[in-house]
Design a binder for this molecule. Structure first.
Ligand code: NAG
Length: 133
């Protein structure tokens, strides 16, 4: 019985805060597109090896508690989503480990980190694994 009452109250509060939030400008609402720290323009990744992608978690939107991210590769300014590197990780972790997939070696790969919105890394280099790896 108490849980029913609480869930009704909770729903009313959620609706009230949702309508209050929709009156705010988008930038201060529930959009979180944290800035990527690594990879940087200096980064070199080898295909098949493991790396950590990191981003700034210091400024999450207040209305959002659990935001899960997706990380994928894109090349240059193509705007086309390449292979997914990771998904379903909490953005609040600030990092996720990935394994570089078998893509075309190039100098202009970027990672895209998607929360509610997306952030692009700098362009960086992916190479074939060195022979001694
Ligand atoms: C992380 O984001 C916060 C808030 O936007 C900013 O003040 C801070 O300088 C950023 N930290 C780094 C290391 O860029």
């Amino acid at each position: 019985m108490f849980s029913t009452v609480f869930s009704i109250v909770g729903t009313a509060l959620a609706l009230a805060s949702a309508s209050a939030a929709s009156a705010l400008p988008v930038s201060s609402r529930d959009v979180w597109d944290p800035a990527i720290f690594t990879p940087t323009s200096e980064t070199l990744w080898y295909i098949g090896q493991d790396y950590t992608v990191t981003w700034n978690t210091s400024n999450p939107p207040q209305e959002v508690t659990d935001v899960y991210g997706r990380l994928y590769l894109t090349q240059g300014d193509s705007g086309q989503a390449g292979p997914t590197l990771a998904q379903g990780f909490p953005l609040s972790d600030g990092e996720v480990s990935i394994t570089v997939p078998d893509v075309q070696p190039a100098l202009n790969w970027k990672v895209v980190l998607m929360g509610d919105s997306g952030d692009y890394s700098a362009e960086f280099r992916i190479e074939s694994a060195p022979a001694d790896a």
